[in-house]
Write a protein that binds this ligand. Structure first.
Ligand SMILES: Nc1ncnc2c1ncn2[C@@H]1O[C@H](COP(=O)(O)OP(=O)(O)OP(=O)(O)O)[C@@H](O)[C@H]1O
Ligand SMILES: [Mg+2]
Length: 233
């Protein structure tokens, strides 16, 4: 009898509420998604949940790459949000790696590629890609390096999530940056004004291969993580 490996067609985001905004119920297998937004809007939590819940709930091993924070700090912050990364790492389901941002910064260094091959990794999150912009000689170089990275990883069967900093998310007057065009999906995270406060919100700008919600969705962060709310009209 011939056993065929069943291809997972949809990769769940690991963030409650987010998959419901996508008609196919998650990200397309082997696609690339950019999560972009202002400081403190929840990008790193979404990236962490992608790897943590990907392994815990969906049995898909993953690697979380931090470019600027220490591994210890990532784990400490995750713990405060109910995610015990050490436990899953000890069991071999996930790996938290720091790829330091130096002049010779490579997005897909040998160590990462080797780890993906050896551990049957299905998901990779890179938090964040913005330092690369400052290390690239120009926009053309920046774009080429990102495209190369996407090609290498998705070519290895990875479904990729990357975060990026955005200086401003004015939803009425958006301005997009070069990296926004390079990924299959773009999820924007920002803050909108309410009468006397701010509300964190999330919006899907694009997701190649599926239709999706066009709404702004409130985002709530608590001790048990980040959830996306769907407001019924
Ligand atoms: N337990 C919690 N309850 C409520 N809010 C929390 C909790 N833990 C963290 N937060 C909020 O989450 C925010 C940080 O989220 P996150 O680190 O994902 O943001 P980010 O978009 O990655 O920011 P940056 O661009 O600075 O990296 C903080 O501003 C904090 O207010
Ligand atoms: Mg962050």
């Amino acid at each position: 009898m011939v056993y065929m490996e069943r291809e997972t067609k949809v990769v769940k985001s690991g963030t409650p509420g987010l998959d419901e905004l996508l008609t196919i119920g998650g990200f397309a297998n082997k696609s690339s998604v950019l999560v972009s937004g202002e400081p403190g809007t929840g990008k790193s939590i979404v990236a962490l949940q992608y790897i943590y819940n990907g392994a815990r709930l969906y049995g898909e091993p993953g690697i979380y790459v931090t470019s600027e924070q220490t591994v210890e700090k990532v784990k400490e912050n995750a713990k405060k949000l109910g995610m015990d990364l050490d436990d899953l790492e000890a069991k071999g389901f996930i790996k938290i790696m720091k790829i330091p941002v130096t002049h010779g910064y490579e997005l897909a260094p040998d160590a990462l590629v080797k780890e993906i091959k050896n551990s049957n990794i299905k998901r990779v999150a890179v938090d964040s890609i913005t330092p690369l912009e400052y290390l690239s000689s120009d926009v053309r170089n920046f774009r080429a390096r990102i495209l190369g990275f996407i090609e290498v990883l998705t070519g290895m069967g990875i479904t990729l999530m990357v975060t990026a900093e955005k200086k401003k998310t004015d939803f009425d007057n958006m301005e997009y940056t070069p990296e926004d065009f390079l990924f299959d999906g773009l999820v924007l995270m920002g803050r909108t004004r309410t009468a006397i406060s701010f509300q964190r919100v999330l919006s899907i700008v694009k997701m190649r291969g599926t239709s999706h919600s066009e709404d702004l969705h409130p985002v709530e962060i608590s001790d048990s993580g980040l959830v996306v709310k769907i407001i019924q009209e």
